[in-house]
Design a protein around this ligand. Structure first.
Ligand code: IVH
Length: 704
């Protein structure tokens, strides 16, 4: 239903529709916020995001009574992520309103004049400067010394990135200039960014290292700045421009231009394209001229920012909700072009997600040749009724993947058919299912799907699963490529297959292998033929079945045959077996679907049968907590853990009889704190709760 609603114009929405639309927009924008701010990996362009924001605002304007508590219109940016200590901004870091065309610019000017009560003939100087597509920062200097630096976060609270900012060339440790010109307190604000050339070079290097490649310079800058290890930030080529201030004592400049001159004197770089404009016409000329230089600038900009130059006027104009009345942003339009969508391809990701990609007749969009565009997901194709052979308008904004914005239905070839989204995996032919409330369809062929198999195999042999020594990620990749190990069963038949006299390429005769290393590997594999049921279930890499859930399942069913039988009965969603499954703590309908889907897939059953033949899967045994130092204790994990994920830490502690809590109270017995631990650590100190580092904890519980 929500898909149809998205196409209805705001004026035509009924109240229940509007409620549903606001709910959808809040969820969708929260998802994009997470991808953009926390994961540094957006999937839609800024323009598409702005369109969602605009629709949300329009609906709220029509139905003010329906405004949600968590409405995107109430948020500025994203809440800080958890790994960093938080910094409360003494003066909030606000965002900017937008103007979209000449009339809006004239309106902005008129509003300023009206508010200040200025006559038509009174000159209002406005500073125009490029809007840098980077990451806002705030750097606090006390008596000229850099003391604390932060990201914008949600505008009120940011992340403490002092150590990271210090590594950036162009971020002075001490403000330059005679003591009389250095304020007691000044928070210098600006933008950290990466040049286009440095971004390309970084991505090439990342590719060589098989490390994460960034979508665009902004994400590269964000990913580089928000590193828990400042050494990584230091190795990344970041640059900055300063342009604003937060707290300032004394605040003794008269205009924006004056302040920019101060910034330069203190040792900051400021944008050389910044200029003072004296009229609306002048501002528009600045916009056009900066826009003309956009493609050839060494860094990405996404618009021009206008700021009333006089400080006394800025102070009188003040703020409205979360943006200044004295400044606004004039964004550049996204670049569009018309082309033909030749074909829709379905790609399968490492987690089994099916993603549609549009193959286009190559077309030049603002200087870049585009031949692929993202279609996001199934619903998007249905909602826009995108078909193979359609003539479409595509759009490129920044460096995010181009998108299809519109189908020109009048150019649609005769006899064209609506696109039928596949219900099987194009790679392995297993069923591809889409769970309720999920946008993505996923392949259920987990263990046998080549698109997923390598990652699954790596997981299968990793530390918290089978933990097979000598069978690391590199070996798994090599064996998968040459066909030696295609699924988990192959690991345990490796020795047998090698011993077969018909085998022309036994391991010991291969490059990099000898008799001893081959035998060592067989021994390492044989040592792991016995495994606990919980560990075994986790090793299967079933979606949503992490360590903790695997343990609960093992506990509930006891043995693999019992579990298999129960799940086979539970395929009937009316059965008691299904009800029993849902009764297990932390197993909801969505998790149950993933689990049942996995067990229902014949390919997976083959693998399970094969493994059952090769392995001794031990029935679940309640842990011996007698010797556990944390049995019956309440433990809290906080900060970044280095050797285990949060859920592993939790499952491990529970296995030792501990209760794991999410927050610290007087009842907490132990806090395990990794780097970046913040308020929980402080609370532990307040309550006098024992605190251990991750390493100390592992030694304490005998797992080091
Ligand atoms: S001035 C109170 N100037 O744009 C006004 N912001 O939408 C503070 N940005 O998060 C902002 N270039 O990080 C200003 N030349 C510029 C800018 C700029 C980029 C970013 C800034 C802020 C966002 C506002």
């Amino acid at each position: 239903m929500a898909n149809d609603l998205a196409a209805i114009s705001v004026d035509d929405l009924t109240e229940p529709d509007a409620t549903a639309e606001l709910t959808r927009l809040a969820a969708e924008m929260a998802d994009h916020d997470q991808r953009y701010h926390q994961d540094d990996a957006p999937v839609i362009s800024d323009a598409a995001y702005d369109a969602l924001k605009a629709r949300n605002a329009a609906i709220e304007a029509h139905f003010p009574a329906l405004i949600r508590g968590d409405s995107p219109s109430r948020k500025v940016g994203a809440a800080p992520s958890s790994g960093f200590t938080k910094v409360q901004h003494s003066v909030p870091m606000l965002s900017l309103g937008n103007v979209f065309d000449e009339a809006d610019v004239a309106d902005f000017y008129a509003r300023v004049r009206r508010f200040l009560g200025l006559g038509e003939d009174e000159q209002v100087d406005v500073i125009a400067e490029p809007k840098i597509d980077g990451l806002g920062f705030s750097a606090r200097y006390e008596s000229g010394r850099f003391v604390v630096g932060a990201t914008r976060g949600d505008g009120q609270v940011g992340e403490d990135i002092t150590a990271n900012l210090k590594t950036i060339q162009g971020m002075p440790d001490m403000l330059m200039g005679p003591a009389k010109d250095v304020p007691k307190v000044i928070e210098v604000r600006g933008e950290v960014f990466m040049t286009k050339a440095n971004f390309q070079a970084l991505n090439t290097a990342q590719e060589e290292k098989e490390a994460k490649v960034f979508a665009n310079p902004r994400n590269a800058a964000a990913g580089s700045l928000r590193q828990l290890d400042p050494e990584i930030t230091k190795s990344r080529p970041l640059t900055l421009f300063a342009y604003a201030w937060g707290e300032a004592e004394p605040l003794d400049w008269d205009s924006q231009q004056d302040y920019i001159d101060r910034l330069k004197a203190w040792g900051f770089s400021t944008n050389p394209l910044t200029r003072v404009c004296t009229s609306v016409e002048d501002v528009l000329t600045a916009y056009t001229e900066i826009g003309e230089q956009r493609a050839s600038l060494p860094y990405d900009i996404d618009g021009v920012v206008y700021k009333v130059n006089r400080l006394d006027w800025q102070q009188r104009l003040g703020f409205v909700s979360r943006a200044p009345r004295w400044a606004t942003a004039h964004k550049f339009p996204a670049e569009q072009a018309q082309t033909v969508l030749e074909k829709i391809d379905i790609q399968v990701g490492r987690t089994g997600s099916l993603t549609p990609v549009a193959r286009l007749t190559p077309v030049n969009v603002g200087g870049v040749v585009v031949s692929n565009a993202t279609l996001h997901n199934e619903d998007e194709i249905a909602r826009k009724d995108i078909r193979e052979g359609d003539t479409v308008i595509i759009q490129r904004a920044g460096d995010v993947i181009p998108q299809v914005v519109q189908v020109l239905t009048d150019k649609r070839p005769k006899g064209s058919k609506a696109y039928a989204y596949p219900s099987t995996c194009p790679i392995c032919d297993s069923l591809a299912v889409r769970e309720e409330g999920e946008a993505v369809r996923r392949c259920t062929g987990g263990l046998i799907c080549p698109a997923q198999a390598v990652e699954r195999l790596k997981h299968f042999v990793s530390r918290n699963t089978f933990d097979i020594e000598g069978l690391g990620a590199k070996n798994i990749e090599g064996f998968f490529e040459d066909g030696t190990i295609k699924n988990p069963v192959d690991i345990f038949t490796l020795e047998k297959r090698n011993a077969n006299p018909d085998n022309l390429t036994p391991l010991k005769s291969r490059e990099g292998w000898g008799k001893t290393s081959a035998e060592n590997l067989f021994t390492a594999i044989n040592e792991k033929r016995t495994i606990g049921l919980d560990r075994f279930l986790f090793a299967l890499g079933i979606r949503q079945i992490g360590q903790a859930t695997a343990r609960l399942l093992a506990q509930a069913y006891g043995s693999l045959p019992a579990l298999s039988e129960a799940l086979s009965t539970a395929q009937d969603r009316e059965s008691d077996a299904y009800a029993d499954l849902l009764n297990i703590e932390s197993i909801g309908a969505a998790v149950a679907e993933d689990l049942l889907g996995f067990f229902a897939e014949a390919h997976n059953q083959d693998v399970l049968d094969g493994l059952a033949r090769e392995l001794n899967i031990e029935d679940f045994d309640a842990p011996d907590t007698d010797s556990s130092p944390i049995a019956g204790k309440t433990v809290v994990f906080t900060g970044t853990l280095e050797t285990m994920s949060r859920s592993e830490a939790k499952a491990g502690a529970q296995a030792l009889g501990a209760k794991v809590a999410g927050s610290v109270s007087a009842k907490t017995d132990l806090v395990v704190a990794g780097p970046g631990a913040g308020s929980k650590l402080k609370k532990a100190e307040e309550f006098g709760v024992e605190v251990k580092t991750e390493q100390e904890y592992l030694v304490f519980v005998g797992k080091a």
